[in-house]
Design a protein around this ligand. Structure first.
Ligand code: TUI
Length: 315
């Protein structure tokens, strides 16, 4: 089974499946497991101290011979230092989120690093292509964490029409049907976060995995619109408190209340006062499985869907 596209060619991977680089969640262990399964595993740098990211990169290098990536969250205050580190370590692939990586593009390219920025709009995608992005990850607002305004269904085909580099669809994809749908929209790869949170190798607190497995269709909410950085999370006590502050436009207090809460959820398993960033696809994640099995199942299912559609057309 193989879905070969310009993305698999570009990254030197077997399957066009990228694992979202989730802060406090996507550690070297998860990234290596996804890469060993033939996808692209990605370490989520988030607000990680530089030394910790160095350890994570070195661990990934020990655990896999295959390409892997690092996601850089551009809002982090010490981003310059993190960029310097990934360049020095020669990380094969960088994905970026929450901003425009333009300032760092030259440094990445000079080291031969493939750059896949996440873009929530067509305008930003075009700008990023013009400064050398190797592919664009279009993330719809079904995704977890920090999100844009457009849905995956609407964003993906517009990106495909607007840029010539490969487009990767993200947001709301949890199974092979979603992969096939993304391909139907013209994407040449997909990125999944929430599904990989429930990989066996994902080192988050087991309580969070259980919450995702049990999640129903209306379990997530978007909070923090008043801060300019809306985030999708699973509903809990913290989300309700932030929702109230949002209504009162108390952005400063939301920032204060939110500090450290992602780690509180993912590392300590505080399901009520932690920030349970996850996408709408949580409702479609029903089990905890090894990452390589998830990658394999996504591809096998997607191929079956596409074969079925092809057969239906021919009938
Ligand atoms: O980055 C994400 N998801 C994230 S980052 C994160 S950590 C965080 N915590 C609190 C507040 C903010 C972040 C949790 N989840 N996804 C990729 C993504 N990037 N979604 C949206 C964007 C984005 C937004 C604006 C990318 C570029 C952008 O550009 C604005 C501009 O033109 O500079």
């Amino acid at each position: 089974m193989a879905l070969r596209t310009r993305l698999t060619e570009l990254l030197g991977i077997e399957h066009p499946i990228i694992q979202g680089g989730m802060a406090w969640t996507a550690t070297a262990e998860l990234a290596a497991a996804v890469s060993n399964g033939g996808g692209l595993g990605v370490i989520g740098a988030g607000h990680m101290p530089t030394e910790m990211l160095r350890d994570q990169i070195r661990t990934a290098k020990e655990l896999t011979e295959r390409p892997y990536g690092v996601n850089l969250m551009l809002l982090t205050p010490h981003i310059d230092e993190l960029v310097e580190l990934v360049v020095a370590e020669g990380v094969p692939v960088v994905t970026t989120g929450a901003g425009n990586p333009g300032k760092y593009m030259e440094a990445f390219k000079a080291r031969g690093i493939k750059v896949l920025p996440i873009a929530p709009t067509v305008a930003l995608a075009k700008r990023l292509e013009s400064i050398g992005a190797d592919a664009i990850i279009g993330e719809g607002m079904e995704a977890g964490g920090h999100i844009g305004e457009l849905t995956t269904m609407v964003l993906t085909p517009q990106l495909v029409d607007a840029v010539t580099v490969p487009v990767v669809a993200a947001g709301g994809i949890a199974d092979g049907r979603g992969v096939a749908a993304a391909f139907a929209l013209g994407a040449e790869g997909v990125q999944l976060g929430t599904r990989f949170m429930c990989a066996e190798e994902c080192t988050i607190h087991p309580g969070v995995k259980e919450r995702i497995v049990k999640a129903k269709d209306r379990e997530t909410i978007v909070t923090g619109y008043s801060t300019g950085h809306p985030v999708r999370v699973l509903k809990n006590r913290l989300a309700k408190m932030i929702e109230q502050l949002d209504r009162e436009n108390r952005a400063d207090e939301i920032e204060r209340l939110g500090t450290g809460k992602l780690a509180l959820a993912m590392r300590e398993g505080d399901l009520e006062m932690g920030s349970l960033m996850a996408g709408q696809a949580a409702a479609m994640v029903c089990e905890i499985r090894p990452a390589a099995e998830i990658v394999c199942e996504l591809v096998t299912e997607a191929e079956a869907v596409m074969a079925r559609l092809g057969a239906a057309r021919g009938a």
